[in-house]
Design a protein around this ligand. Structure first.
Ligand SMILES: [Zn+2]
Length: 356
């Protein structure tokens, strides 16, 4: 978390604005003296307000100091602190206890309502500001608890911009829904590359060559398999096979990584291509798979991984989902990543007034 958070301030003086909220004419007259309205806040106990009347249309209205929404007892500052404290890790109960310690009132359920409302505002802000021109669209799914049941979430991330573009409630196993969302987002943002891990559901949504695998994920999963087979070769006293797997591991780790399968990989593939049994068959399968997927792995010079997507899911979602029993309603589940994204701020600063 970087940068500063700015909480809304609470005004102690009234700005005499004579504009009628209904007919907009600037002839409003003072209709009452200044009254003290008591509020819940840790710095001030009341704000001034007075009634105004419009001589043109007869409307009366209340002139308020800034920092308290109409009909609210708690100041915007208190509500913003509730949202911030929750997003930084306190539970709703913890937030209520913090605010009570500050003499600012509120309960578990008001904290929950503050967070839900801020989440919806953050989501609207986000949708209004969604930029086009994304080069690489990273996609990944995760599970989340919703009302005690498992609800999948799919995250769409601008890899270059390192920011969340869109979150949807979709199970990764629901192939039709995943394909629909991915296809729509790819068209919407005009991305040239779709970046995912090696999951069959993402195959053939975009033309061949546009879908690339995360290098980190690919290296890790192939490397893990090669290690397993190497250990098995050692246990079975097959030094030649152990040597082949050790060589494969080196090829997987090559830097810079050749864009096409290296000749040495092809000769390893040939060496095992007729093997149909036991360990040799497993090695054959792994080598063929590595050869087949070699060119599908991203060779993006800027960032060939999907790490940004995984980090955004981790930051916004898994941590929160682990510390609570889950989200109670879909709109809260979907709004949460947007609120987290908003709180990470633009250029390190975040003004909470925007979501309160
Ligand atoms: Zn008027």
């Amino acid at each position: 978390m970087v940068g500063g958070y700015r909480l809304p301030s609470v005004g102690t003086t009234l700005q005499l604005d004579r504009h009628c909220p209904d007919c907009q004419r600037p002839h409003g007259r003072i209709h009452s003296g200044v009254r003290r309205r008591h509020i819940r806040d840790w710095k001030v106990t009341w704000v001034p307000q007075r009634r105004m009347i419009c001589p043109d249309c007869g409307l009366t209205w209340t002139l308020r100091a800034q920092g308290v929404h109409p009909g609210r007892q708690r100041s915007d500052r208190v509500r913003a602190l509730a949202v911030l404290a929750y997003m930084l890790g306190l539970s709703y109960r913890g937030v209520a206890m913090l605010l009570q310690a500050l003499g600012s009132g509120g309960s578990k359920s008001t904290a929950e309502r503050d967070v839900a409302q801020a989440g919806q505002k953050a989501q609207r802000l986000h949708q209004a500001s969604r930029r086009l021109g994304v080069r690489v669209l990273g996609v990944d799914g995760t599970g989340a608890a919703l009302a005690g049941r498992d609800a999948g979430m799919l995250f769409f991330v601008d890899i270059d911009g390192r920011r969340l573009l869109f979150a949807a409630r979709v199970q990764e196993s629901d192939a039709a829904a995943v394909r629909r969302h991915v296809g729509r987002l790819m068209r919407q943002v005009g991305a040239r590359e779709l970046r995912t891990d090696e999951h069959g559901v993402y195959e053939r949504i975009v033309p061949e060559g546009q879908h690339r695998l995360c290098l980190a994920h690919w290296r890790k999963s192939k490397g893990k398999r090669a290690c397993e087979l190497m250990r098995q070769a050692v246990a079975e006293h097959r030094p030649l096979e152990a040597e082949s797997m050790s060589r494969l591991l080196e090829l997987l780790r090559l830097k810079p990584r050749p864009p096409t399968p290296p000749p040495e990989l092809e000769s390893l593939v040939r060496r095992y291509s007729r093997c149909r049994k036991g360990l040799l068959w497993k090695i054959n399968q792994l080598l063929q798979h590595v050869e087949r997927t070699w060119e599908k792995v991203s060779d993006d010079p800027a960032d060939p991984t999907n790490n940004v997507t995984e980090r955004i899911i981790g930051l916004t979602f898994k941590i929160r989902a682990k510390t609570m029993r889950g989200f109670k309603a879909t709109h809260k589940l979907v709004a949460h990543p947007y609120l987290a994204s908003f709180l990470r701020g633009q250029a390190g600063a975040c003004d909470l007034c925007e979501v309160i």
